[in-house]
Write a protein that binds this ligand. Structure first.
Ligand SMILES: Cc1cc2nc3c(=O)[nH]c(=O)nc-3n(C[C@H](O)[C@H](O)[C@H](O)COP(=O)(O)O)c2cc1C
Length: 177
């Protein structure tokens, strides 16, 4: 894979760090990589210009961010003729009881929602909870959920990071090679 596009959406920045790390790994293997954070106003690149298009998103309340979905919707025809891989960065990926549900809902469901989309690979990547980044309401909500998974009497850390960098690097290496 020579020319790779990594295109993603994020709410709190975890997915940006994941996408940057993926691009570093792919570049070390000799690939030419464009990394695009799909914010409002950023033009959609053409999938045909790449050997591989990797599309990803952080998950909140069971949902991808809006712009990568819009990209898939608008470019579906050309994406169906291009090699595509999908990833999500998700809190459920760090919870063994929720992994299967997250894989099914956030990744395996995508070809059903977007007929023609046929990913060669998908990755369910553990996300991060960083309480200081949230507004008061979100912080209280997420802390109360996290406390349910914390042994009684144990302090909740400021940050819970489920990202597995070896897994992320192995996934991208396999794709590039
Ligand atoms: C308000 C809120 C809701 C969330 N809902 C979910 C969810 O439904 N499923 C899930 O797997 N992770 C959920 N998460 C965890 C996020 O997926 C995780 O924090 C991820 O790292 C976010 O990526 P981002 O920083 O790129 O937006 C939620 C996080 C927050 C703050």
């Amino acid at each position: 894979m020579n020319k790779i596009l990594i295109i993603y959406g994020t709410r709190y920045g975890t997915t940006t760090e994941v996408a940057q790390d993926m691009s570093n790994t792919a570049r070390e293997l000799g690939a030419q990589v464009d990394v695009i954070h799909l914010e409002k106003g950023i033009p959609f690149p053409e999938p045909e210009e790449y050997d591989l298009v990797i599309i990803g998103s952080g998950i909140q309340a069971g949902q991808w961010t809006k712009r990568p979905l819009k990209y898939i919707e608008q470019k579906l025809e050309s994406l169906s003729k291009t090699k595509v891989a999908l990833f999500v960065v998700s809190g459920y990926a760090g919870n063994p009881d929720k992994v299967a549900e997250a894989q099914a809902d956030y990744l395996d469901a995508m070809p059903e929602k977007y007929p023609g989309l046929s990913p060669i690979s998908t990755a369910l990547i553990g996300g991060m909870f960083e309480f200081k980044k949230y507004n008061l309401v979100v912080r209280a909500l997420v802390k109360s959920m996290a406390k349910r998974n914390t042994p009684p009497g144990e302090e909740l850390p400021e940050k819970i990071d489920f990202r597995d960098w070896d897994m992320i690097r192995d996934w991208i290496k396999e794709l590039v090679q």
